[in-house]
Design a protein around this ligand. Structure first.
Ligand code: NAD
Length: 315
């Protein structure tokens, strides 16, 4: 870390990036926020627009439209830039396209002398987090993907809605790929200190059969939102702001993010969504849960899907 001023550089000021910048400003999380985008007009316009809200914030923040040289003194570089899947394109086409975009972005960031933490949200996020690790040459614990932070938030919200309990008291995780092979960790899903199956057994209004539906709604939430409004951005932006806060405030908070595994959950050489302790150094440690045999099988499958993509992308 270069000085006592917290600086975050955001690369990619599209829907997700701009929403993140707005959340950062409203929560007063960084003293300096720099916006970078290939579309310079968009980034410059966003910086101007956000600056006009400064008289109304509780914590002063300096925001400007910048370039990669600003990464030198940054604590965190957040990447939300990239291409979206177009009709007729396969997922692998998108991997190739965004991997190439990331090669350019990460090399520009590293050229500045950056020595902080990368946060990645661009999809497919687990693959691009792995690519960022490879391209940057930085230690694994300083590369963090948003992973299943959003899926876990959706899960906690839907469970809180079903059981009518504050989502902040729902402790339940989605792990695995941020995508179709992700899985809910029912074996460790608690409300307060009580396992959710106890809630179900004690109240005839609840049923185990409803749980599968809740998970399907979590897994398919992005498709539902994209069908309705074209993109999802507020939830992930708030998740990224939460992650930023955990890093800058050295919180040692547990969040489900995409982390590099070195034998945890029986896997290695893959970035995948797991609960981890996050602080000023990045990923302090991965929390290895006791999960059921069925969950182990599903997690293994999810990791194998990611590893196959990593292999075919030659990362
Ligand atoms: P968007 O198209 O609105 O924004 C992308 C931005 O990236 C654009 O402003 C574009 O100009 C910029 N960009 C493209 N190439 C660049 C380059 N080489 N250098 C700098 N900037 C460049 O897209 P969006 O809706 O903001 O989504 C961004 C990404 O976030 C997508 O990959 C999307 O799938 C992903 N996303 C992830 C999650 C998650 O949970 N991880 C959730 C929602 C969206």
């Amino acid at each position: 870390m270069k000085n006592n001023i917290n600086r975050v550089v955001l690369v990619g000021t599209g829907y997700v990036g701009a929403s993140y910048a707005f959340a950062m400003l409203n929560q007063g999380l960084a003293e300096e926020l720099v916006l970078v985008d290939l579309n310079k007009d968009k980034a410059e316009g966003d910086a101007m627009d956000l600056c006009h809200g400064l008289p109304f914030v509780s914590t002063p923040t300096k925001i400007w439209f910048g370039d990669y040289s600003d990464c030198k003194d940054a604590d965190i570089v957040v990447i939300t830039a990239g291409a979206n899947q177009k009709p007729g394109e396969t997922r692998l086409d998108l991997v190739e396209k965004n991997t190439n975009i990331f090669k350019g972005i990460v090399s520009e960031v590293m050229k500045s002398g950056f020595d902080g933490i990368f946060m990645v949200a661009t999809n497919p996020v687990d693959i691009l987090t792995y690519a960022t690790w490879k391209f940057s040459g930085l230690p694994k614990h300083r590369i963090i993907g948003s992973g299943t932070i959003l899926d876990t938030a959706r899960f906690r919200f839907l469970l809180s809605d079903y059981f009518s309990i504050d989502p902040r008291n729902v402790h339940a995780y989605i792990i695995g790929e941020h995508g179709d092979t992700e899985l809910p960790v029912w074996s460790n899903a608690n409300i307060g200190l009580k396992h959710i199956s106890e809630f179900i057994e004690e109240n005839e209004n609840y049923a185990h059969e409803d749980l599968e539906n809740i998970f399907v709604n979590v897994r398919d939430a992005a498709y539902q939102i994209i069908n309705k409004k074209g993109a999802t951005y507020y939830g992930i932006a708030m998740g990224l702001a939460r992650l930023t806060k955990a890093i800058l405030n050295n919180e040692n908070s547990i969040l489900t993010i995409s982390a590099h595994l070195d034998g945890q959950y029986g896997e290695s050489d893959v970035y995948i969504g797991v609960p981890a302790v996050i602080n000023r150094d990045g990923i302090r440690e991965i929390i290895e849960l006791e999960i059921s045999e069925d969950e182990k099988k599903k997690f293994k499958y999810s990791a194998s899907v990611l590893k196959d993509i990593i292999k075919s992308a030659n990362l």
